[in-house]
Each structure stands twice: as C-alpha cells, then as structure tokens.
Design a protein around this ligand. Structure first.
Ligand code: PXL
Length: 270
C-alpha cells in the first residue's frame, strides 16, 4: 500500500522551494502527499525584495480539526520553513493526533544558511524549532541550523571532531536520527547521518555554484526514500547526487538563480 504524508511548510508561490518542490518530488516517488500550508508568500524571502506574506496560523487549526473529525491519519509528518512561532504547538498537535501508530515525525528546521537566519525570521523561531526537533524521528539540518539548534557559534570550517560534537549535541536534544547536510571536506561536500551510534558519510565533488531551495529538495528526496524503506547510505547518496544533477542542469542558465531546475532530474530526462 502506498504511503501517505503531510508536509507542513509555506507555499512560496514563485522560487522553487518549500511546498512547490516537496509536493512534486514526494508524489513522483509514489507517496500520497497532503499539504498543510503555514503561509503563502509571493516568493521565497532570500534574494527577492518586497515579497508578500499571508500568514495561515488562524486557518491551520481548522484544517487540523477537520482532518481529525474525518479520522485521517498519516505515515509521516514532514515539516519545513515555519514563519510564525504560534505554529510550533499546532505542529505538536498534528504529531499527537494525525500520525498513525508507526508514523514518523520528520523535521527539516529550514531557517538559516551560510551562518545567517533567513531574512524574515528571528531567534523565537529557533526556540520553536528546538521544541519540535527534540521530539523528531529524523532531523535534517544544515550546518548553520545545527549551530543555532545547539547554541554553537557558526564558522565556515569545522574540524571532523567539531562536527562529531555537533552531531552528539543534536542527538542529545532528543532526535532519533540526525542527517546533517553541507558537510565539507576539502573540495567535497555531502551529508552525515547519525543515530547515536553509527555515522554514515556520503561526500561528492563540491559544485562551484550554490542555489536557493536545494536544502528543501534534498530533504524531500531523503523523506521520500525513508518512507520507501531505502537503505540510509543509498538514500544519502541518492539525495546528494540528485542535488548535483539539479545544479548541473541550472548552471548554464544565468536567468535561473532563484532555485534549481529539478524537473528534468525528477523525471529522469537527460
Ligand atoms: O528554502 C527555504 C525557504 C522556504 N520558504 C521560504 C524561504 C526559504 C528560504 O529563504 O524564504 C519562505
């Protein structure tokens, strides 16, 4: 039987991130995907000025209550960018009431990159993310987010030992599996998975250009593969390779800097 997930994040109407990438990717991997939008924005908030925001905090409880009344249950909840602190308690209510007995609670604490919080967010969001990360089955932070979650000062180059400490601190917060992205060693970049015991590391050639939205694409592939019971090492490999292919597709188009052209990669076109 196919799996059913709900993803809770914003709709950035233009810009290839959050729900506009999670929904097509999860669907293409065969997963029935419901959405609980946290806000509607004209674009994402990095690199566009004067974006519009419609906060949906008032609407979310009505959607949740309707689903509870309809006895709708999910195999997983997958959260991403959250723009309003009031939504963290709603997310915990979803975890309590909308997951089936074996359902997974997966958190991408999408709130920062390159040492900085995203423009529209503040430290209250970090505190809210800590709350949901601490009860997650999987948590998928980049290095900046891992630093914010663990009150570790950010720097661009961490030693292997320091990365290990970061993973241990995240695990000590309560998440059962950490998948840390943006791990760099010399000219390679990739991800590390840690479950309190074992570490799985996947590193690939670092691409020269980075793009917005790749974190959301990476997490969506990881989540899809988790639900499809793919081996974790293969999963990290798949998701990392997926991003490399997306960047390669996008690099020759100088007008396309707001996200990556993931569509051809998703549908296996060369
Ligand atoms: O890609 C993460 C993301 C999601 N949603 C919104 C964003 C960002 C990053 O800036 O602004 C609205």
């Amino acid at each position: 039987m196919s799996k059913k997930i709900v993803t809770i994040q914003d709709i950035s109407c233009y810009g290839q991130c959050s729900i506009t990438v999670a929904l097509p990717i999860l669907s293409a991997y065969g997963i029935e995907t419901a959405i609980l939008p946290s806000a509607i924005l004209s674009t994402h908030t990095s690199g566009f000025k004067d974006f519009t925001v419609l906060d949906l905090t008032e609407e979310m409880p009505k959607i949740i209550q309707h689903w509870i009344k309809e006895n709708i249950l999910f195999d997983a909840i997958y959260t991403g960018y959250i723009g309003d602190v009031r939504q963290f308690d709603l997310i915990l209510e979803c975890k309590e009431k909308l997951l089936n007995g074996t359902g997974l609670f997966i958190v991408d604490p999408a709130m920062a990159d390159n040492g900085k919080l995203y423009p529209a967010l503040d430290m209250k969001i970090v505190e809210g993310m800590k709350k949901i990360v601490s009860v997650s089955d999987y948590c998928i932070p980049n290095i900046t987010e891992a630093c914010l979650l663990t009150d570790t000062p950010y720097k661009s180059n961490f030693t292997e030992k320091e990365i290990e400490n970061l993973l241990k601190k995240l695990y000590a917060m309560g998440s059962k599996h950490i998948i840390l992205t943006g791990y760099q060693v010399e000219n390679k970049i990739g991800a590390i998975a840690y479950d309190g015991k074992d570490k799985i590391i996947v590193l690939k050639e670092k691409q020269l250009t980075s793009y917005h939205g790749t974190g959301d694409i990476f997490s969506s592939v990881i989540v899809a593969n988790i639900l499809n019971h793919k081996d974790l090492k293969e999963n990290l490999n798949d998701a990392t390779e997926f991003i490399i292919q997306c960047i390669k597709k996008t690099i020759s188009d100088s007008t396309h800097s707001y996200g990556v052209k993931f569509e051809d990669v998703l549908y296996g076109k060369k």
